[in-house]
Design a protein around this ligand. Structure first.
Ligand SMILES: C[S@@+](CC[C@H](N)C(=O)[O-])C[C@H]1O[C@@H](n2cnc3c(N)ncnc32)[C@H](O)[C@@H]1O
Length: 213
């Protein structure tokens, strides 16, 4: 029941992306409600805040924009998300908070920014929902300057045997997410990184990665 098994990348990436996008379009309101009122989600997201650094910051897959509302005033920020309703929802939230952060609709696999545009990238609870981990990680690396930092939060199997944590990751997997071997992916793509389990019985990981020049 608690077996750890990493799924393959989907053969039909467009269908994978469409399925998640339909889900977010349908449940953007419920998702915004959950982020606002479920304290554990915000607690996890907030662990990234002390690590966001530099002037130019891009948040990829900002969802409802909760994190941007927390650090947006302190940096020169841009946000990108695939889902049109999430872009609209986050735009409303940021406006209510008096923050002017440009938000664009786009795909992590084709980021519309020149090489080395950012000092820091933020990406939370989204990477396991991308259909092509290598393409996404390659794009994140491309738009980051040398020695720039990627702050990432995502689900992944616990490093030590923690049955509840493994069970939680398996539940995410049932919903279609793709937990990956992130250390191998960081290594292959050219990042130094640390990996800290910050919640969910070891199933929620904070990765602090630095782009090797
Ligand atoms: C689980 S939500 C996480 C939102 C937010 N970062 C948080 O932690 O609450 C995943 C987000 O990833 C976005 N997303 C999914 N596929 C994407 C893609 N290919 N490119 C960019 N964003 C994508 C979704 O639209 C959604 O807003």
């Amino acid at each position: 029941m608690f077996a750890k098994q990493l799924p393959d990348e989907p053969a039909d990436q467009a269908a994978f992306t469409r399925r998640f996008d339909d889900f977010y379009s349908q449940f953007a309101g419920a998702y915004a409600w959950a982020v606002k009122y479920l304290p554990v989600w915000k607690t996890w997201l907030r662990t990234t805040l002390p690590h966001i650094e530099g002037e130019r910051v891009l948040e990829v897959s900002f969802g409802t924009g909760y994190l941007l509302s927390q650090y947006g005033a302190r940096h020169h920020c841009i946000g990108l998300d695939y889902n049109a309703r999430m872009v609209a929802t986050a735009g409303t939230h940021l406006q209510e908070d008096g923050l002017k952060v440009p938000l664009v609709q786009g795909d992590v696999a084709h980021l519309p920014f020149p090489d080395a545009s950012f000092d820091c990238l933020v990406n939370t609870m989204a990477f396991s929902g991308y259909p092509d981990g290598a393409a996404a990680m390659g794009e994140l690396r491309r738009v980051l300057r040398d020695d720039g930092r990627l702050v990432m939060l995502d689900i992944a199997y616990p490093k030590r045997k923690r049955p509840f944590g493994v069970g939680i990751v398996n539940l995410w997997k049932l919903s279609g997410d793709l937990p990956r071997d992130m250390p191998a992916l960081f290594e292959r793509t050219g990042f130094e990184f640390s990996d800290e389990e910050i919640g969910g019985f070891g199933s929620v990981h904070l990765y602090l990665a630095r782009k090797r020049g």
